[in-house]
Design a protein. Structure first.
Length: 621
């Protein structure tokens, strides 16, 4: 009776309020994943660096964030299993605040740090603008290490807060918030930079994240007590609060200065120019994070953090992302050929992954227990999520390619451009069409969880992929003059389908593992989708560009530069053909995904007794 009650009762009072709190930083962190793409031109102009070379280097503000985000997702879920959800979440928020501050002040002390490093290593006088850019990239990576930890830890906390029978909707909400953040990031950044400096976007992060960090630390006390987590030590509290007070005061001054058009500019700039103050904030922030980590009481002696495994899996993810993304600084200009740099990165990543597996198989307490892959729902859900990530990127890559090629001959697009009177209309139209794909995807996440709670994981996952396949199949009929509302409808169908799979897939994995491994299970779900997205980006971008070249040579053979009308028609035909083929590839992948989806057990095939025993013991004590 006690177990049954425990399995149907939330772990703490008002879990919905706690879930809403922990979702806010998830939204901000995912928002910052794409917000930078809207402000990159402003950054390049402010730094006064050549646009071509500057754009290639500045792109690492996006790539570096994605790389740090992926690595953090993979690792911090397991850390939360070892030292506790509340503590790990708090650490993630502190790191995110530190990264936001470093980005905002990059033009001051951090630029001096990089100038000193480069002068020491290379001699001469380094370019100050590029030193600031490198400082921005470094701050973005640190930001990402905090932001990436929030999603798996939040999913694991949803698993802790809710019983298995009510867990899918909560996990679907976390997934929806995460998706909504990176969907709206570009729009948010584009609108905000019309009114404030781009640095203010990062200053704003600080007070919001600080408030959530302090509130959630207190509100999650019952969860921490039930899990046997340790509390903060006095030195940790001193360091954390000292750093938060200083950095929030700076944020307050900078936001006020921006909103009042520089009313306190001299005073604010004087504060930012004080190198000693920057060092104090940096020192207390790092001390606060380290003392918080060191204060973590290992829960039920679950083991120590395996730093060798962490290093190897980080190197493996680094090699995969750089290799697939073509991160060669000399080949980041759209070159189609596979470079030696990419091959080297993939080889290093593969070697590190093999080493990771060998170490994990011998570890007494591994970073991830590969025995869980013997459970059907873990394996099938992981494979399905890999394909979901791939299909997601097909939509995100194909739409901009098509819109850029056809918008000037599409009647609806021309009418919209005339009414809006904007300069970069192609980017705006791409954003609108992508919004019809990603917004329905985010909105469908929670209903997917609701369905999974009632009829199991198999049907919503399979139905979602089937619906996505229908949307992509309809999209393979796109033509240059097709009505925009029809294209939007096709993308919305595909987006709803993919959104329906988010909660069932994540819940199927999380409910298959013990309470002690929910963090790493959440990370597995997210990492598989991120790997699928990396594969989709690399394969679809390369395929689209290569096919465009091949078709252009075939259809345009014999034409001269004077045949303007014929060349225009060839470019339109090529764009339509390429987009149709890419959408057909997505249809095939959706069909393949039906196999693992249909192989999923509709319900959990393991006993949910871990949670029941956990709650019962806590109630007794």
């Amino acid at each position: 009776m006690a177990n049954a009650q425990a399995n149907d009762t939330p772990l703490v009072a008002r879990p919905g309020a706690i879930l809403a709190l922990i979702c806010l930083p998830v939204f901000i962190g995912s928002l910052d994943l794409t917000v930078i793409s809207a402000v990159l031109p402003n950054v390049i102009l402010d730094l006064r660096i050549p646009f071509q070379s500057g754009a290639d280097d500045a792109a690492w503000m996006v790539n570096g964030y994605l790389l740090g985000y992926t690595i953090s997702v993979a690792l911090m879920g397991r850390v939360s299993d070892l030292i506790g959800r509340r503590r790990t979440y708090f650490i993630a928020l502190l790191i995110f605040i530190l990264g936001s501050w470093l980005v905002a002040v990059a033009a001051f002390a951090p630029t001096d740090w990089f100038r000193t490093i480069f002068r020491t290593l290379q001699g001469g006088r380094p370019d100050t603008a590029y030193m600031t850019l490198y400082a921005l990239i470094g701050g973005r990576v640190i930001q990402a290490l905090g932001a990436g930890a929030m999603v798996p830890v939040s999913m694991a906390m949803a698993g802790d807060l809710y019983p298995p029978s009510k867990r899918a909707i909560a996990i679907g909400i976390v997934g929806a918030v995460d998706t909504a953040g990176w969907v709206l990031g570009h729009l948010y950044g584009g609108v905000m930079v019309q009114f404030v400096d781009w640095q203010t976007l990062f200053w704003i992060n600080i007070p919001i994240t600080t408030a959530v960090a302090l509130i959630t630390w207190n509100r999650l006390q019952p969860v921490a007590d039930l899990r046997g987590e340790g509390d903060q030590s006095t030195p940790a509290n001193i360091a954390v609060y000292a750093s938060l007070v200083m950095v929030n005061l700076l944020a307050l001054f900078e936001v006020i200065d921006d909103l009042t058009n520089g009313a306190i500019g001299p005073f604010a700039n004087r504060l930012l120019s004080m190198n000693w103050l920057t060092w104090v904030i940096l020192g207390t922030s790092i001390a606060g994070v380290l003392l918080t980590v060191m204060g973590g009481k290992r829960i039920e002696e679950r083991g120590r953090i395996n730093w060798l495994s962490i290093t190897l899996i980080s190197l493996a993810l680094f090699g995969l992302n750089i290799g697939l993304g073509g991160g060669d600084p000399e080949g980041a200009r759209g070159v189609l050929d596979i470079t030696p740099f990419m091959i080297s990165a993939l080889i290093i990543g593969a070697g590190a992954f093999i080493g990771f597996i060998m170490i994990e198989q011998r570890a007494e307490i591994p970073l991830f227990n590969f025995a869980y892959f013997q459970r059907r729902n873990v394996t099938t859900a992981a494979v399905a999520n890999l394909f979901v990530g791939f299909c997601l990127m097909v939509g995100l890559v194909s739409v901009p390619i098509f819109v850029t090629a056809i918008y000037f001959v599409n009647p609806d697009a021309q009418a919209l451009q005339a009414s809006l009177q904007v300069e970069d209309f192609a980017a705006l139209l791409s954003g609108i069409l992508l919004g019809t794909f990603t917004v329905p995807m985010a909105l469908a996440s929670a209903p997917g969880g609701w369905i999974a709670e009632r009829i199991g994981y198999r049907i919503p996952t399979a139905a979602g992929m089937l619906l996505a396949g229908v949307g992509f199949f309809l999209a393979r009929t796109w033509e240059p003059e097709m009505a925009l509302w029809v294209m939007s409808l096709h993308m919305a169908i595909a987006g709803i389908g993919l959104g329906l799979t988010i909660a069932p897939i994540a819940t199927a994995v999380i409910n298959q593992v013990s309470e002690a491994d929910r963090g790493v299970a959440s990370a597995l779900v997210l990492v598989m989708r991120l790997i699928g997205m990396a594969l989709g980006t690399s394969i679809m971008t390369s395929y689209g560009l290569r096919r465009s070249n091949v078709l252009t040579e075939q259809l345009g053979s014999g034409l001269t530069l004077d045949d303007t009308a014929s060349l225009l028609q060839v470019s339109l035909d090529v764009a339509a053909q390429v987009i149709n083929e890419m959408m057909l590839i997505a249809v095939v992948v959706c069909a393949v995904t039906l196999i693992p989806a249909l192989l999923m057990n509709p319900r959990d095939d393991t006993q949910p007794g871990d949670r029941a025993e956990f709650v019962t013991q806590a109630e007794v004590s």
